[in-house]
Structure formats: C-alpha cells, structure tokens
Ligand binder design. Structure first.
Ligand code: ZN
Ligand code: ZN
Length: 90
C-alpha cells in the first residue's frame, strides 16, 4: 500500500507502535500478503477504537476500496481482482 510505514498508523498518521492489518482476510489473507495489501495501524485504528478496522464496517469497507484501487494501479484490471478476491468493492 502507498505510504505504508512501520511505526506510523496508515489511517490516523500517529507515530508509534503499529500492527500489520491484512486488508482482505479469511481465505483472501494470503493474497493480501502476496500483493502487499496490508497496512500498519495503531492499536486504536486496528482493534480497540470505535472506528477500528476490526470493529467498524465502514473502516473495513474503506480499506477494501483502497486495497482494490492499489491492486488495480499495480497488478491488473478489475476482472483480475475479482477473479482472485472473489468480489468487487468499487
Ligand atoms: Zn491510528
Ligand atoms: Zn487486522
């Protein structure tokens, strides 16, 4: 993902300890790894906060759309994304 750095939260920009979040999880987790569709998040944006990626559907959806855009910028077109990830988020 663009501008993804260990030690800076990809969502809120806070510097400090971060955790690696897989944008597409479950059976797609391996594809998140393969295509670099992970982001470094502070624990609040990742798990603990009201809008955390694992709590808020909206945040998860936002990350899904950004992840798909990143894939389409770098690896392939929409059909290829859907063939691999099984869904279109855009
Ligand atoms: Zn954060
Ligand atoms: Zn996560």
């Amino acid at each position: 993902m663009r501008d993804n750095l260990k030690g800076r939260c990809w969502l809120c920009g806070t510097y400090g300890p971060t955790e690696t979040h897989h944008i597409f999880e479950g059976s797609n987790r391996k594809w998140s790894d393969k295509y670099g569709l992970t982001v470094e998040l502070c624990m609040w944006c990742h798990r603990e906060g009201r809008n955390a990626a694992h709590i808020s559907r909206e945040t998860a959806d936002y990350l899904h759309t950004e992840g798909q855009k990143a894939f389409e910028r770098t690896y392939g077109d929409r059909q290829e994304f859907m063939d691999i990830f099984g869904k279109n988020y855009l």
